[in-house]
Design a protein around this ligand. Structure first.
Ligand SMILES: C[S@@+](CC[C@H](N)C(=O)[O-])C[C@H]1O[C@@H](n2cnc3c(N)ncnc32)[C@H](O)[C@@H]1O
Length: 395
């Protein structure tokens, strides 16, 4: 079987690493997705265990078309009765990136007609469409004149882990938070701190990674559980194996701070929902008053609140750089931000930089190693590529 794991832009490589560790074969990195092969067990593991995956699609067929009639005919040829009974329901999700085919909704309608007509001609009846909770969700992806058909095995997006009952302004997507922790190279045994933790997403994902706790609950409603091909015995085996690997003794000290009392409350509630209260502590504290200690890793996304004046945001990030230099010598900090000018103002030389999309916002995730005598530096020296791009834009 061939699968397509969808992800956020910038997390493709880390997802490919997760897949390789899981034993997937023929891994190919695409834009916002990773393709791979495996069997039904790979499919079940992918849904249960991948932390940086939004959806797992099962590849069905690829073909070229010149027009909507070709598309209708090709889809109608597929033996849909092998996948759906008359009592089942289906839905079509279409993504179109083509000069020839411009309207995703029209493509979805054509695909739906092809399936419905095949059933009507065979049985005089057809399964109904249910866009909310279908038995089978079919993905039609058109790039130029190439159509890729796949089945959505996940259902609800896998970023919805189920623990985030409340959130603060600008919470991180759980898949992105897990990606940040995995990309940071955190050794999973040193203490980790999110000093501006908001709803606690980074901390929850970090604790689960350290304790090998699967990102999804086995009881979650995955789409593949409604399929004719669902194998509950195999699923149980996969879940049992994953459970046997959990080791919460491995979770090191995880600490969160936030200036805002409401955020602290929200984080504590979410951490409780995730069953992680005994591993993560959250306190109301201002980052600028924290006492640093050696050898900790900080991962955080500071705000760049639209309500603040630009100068205040720039100053805030400059103070973050000063504070890191002053109180966190011997530590590593990773900062995610979509405010490039503010990132410049941190004024420390990043030892690693990753470009990501946070929602639709192009962002940088930068690593700073604080050692005795870390100096603030000029932006132009630290970010040569970004500076060249800016100069190009100006000219
Ligand atoms: C963008 S949010 C973090 C979102 C978080 N990663 C999540 O997933 O929910 C930034 C947080 O920083 C907090 N914050 C702002 N200034 C702070 C400071 N000086 N010390 C501690 N927290 C601060 C805000 O209250 C806010 O909750």
């Amino acid at each position: 079987m061939k699968f397509i794991a969808k992800t956020l832009e910038g997390l493709e490589e880390i997802l490919a690493e997760e897949l390789s560790e899981m034993g997937a074969q023929d891994i190919e990195i695409w834009k916002r997705a990773v393709a791979y092969t495996g069997d039904k067990m790979t499919l079940y593991k992918s849904n249960l265990l991948l932390r940086t995956c939004l959806k797992v699609l099962v590849f069905m067929k690829e073909f070229s078309v010149e027009n909507e009639i070709d598309l209708y005919n090709e889809i109608k040829k597929i033996p849909w009765e092998d996948y759906l009974s008359l009592e089942d329901t289906f839905a079509i999700d279409s993504v179109v990136n083509s000069e020839k085919f411009r309207h995703a909704n029209f493509i979805a309608l054509k695909a739906k007609d092809a399936i419905a007509d095949r059933f009507r001609e065979k049985y005089n009846q057809r399964p109904n469409v249910d866009t909310q909770d279908p038995t089978l969700k079919i993905n039609v992806h058109i790039r130029e004149n190439i159509v890729t058909l796949s089945l959505d095995s996940s259902g609800h997006s896998l970023h919805m882990r189920g623990y985030r009952k409340h959130s603060v302004d600008a919470p991180l997507n759980e898949v992105l938070a897990a990606g940040l922790v995995l990309m940071s190279g955190w050794d999973k045994s040193s203490p980790m701190v999110d000093p501006m933790c908001g709803s606690g997403t980074i901390l929850c994902e970090a604790a689960r990674i350290a304790g090998k706790i699967p990102p999804q609950s086995p009881d979650r409603t995955f789409a593949f559980k409604k399929w004719k091909s669902y194998d509950p015995v195999l699923w149980e085996m996969v879940c049992d194996e994953a459970e046997s690997k959990i080791n919460t003794n491995d979770i090191p000290s995880l600490l969160g701070y936030d200036l805002n009392q409401k955020a602290v409350q929200v984080a504590i509630t979410n951490i409780g929902e995730a069953g992680l209260s005994e591993f993560i502590e959250v306190e109301k504290e201002d980052f600028f008053y924290l006492e640093g200690s050696q050898n900790i890793m900080l991962i955080f996304n500071p705000p760049y609140d639209g309500r603040l004046k630009e100068k205040d945001v720039l100053d805030f990030y400059s103070f973050i750089g000063d504070k890191l230099k002053l109180s966190f010598q011997g530590c590593t900090a990773w900062i995610l931000s979509g405010h490039m000018a503010a990132m410049k103002n941190i004024g420390l030389r990043p030892s690693a930089k990753k470009s990501l999309l946070n929602g639709s916002i192009p962002s940088l995730f930068c690593r700073y190693d604080m050692y005795a005598g870390s100096k603030k530096q000029k932006w132009q020296d630290m970010y040569p590529q970004e500076t060249a791009k800016e100069n190009e834009k100006k000219n």
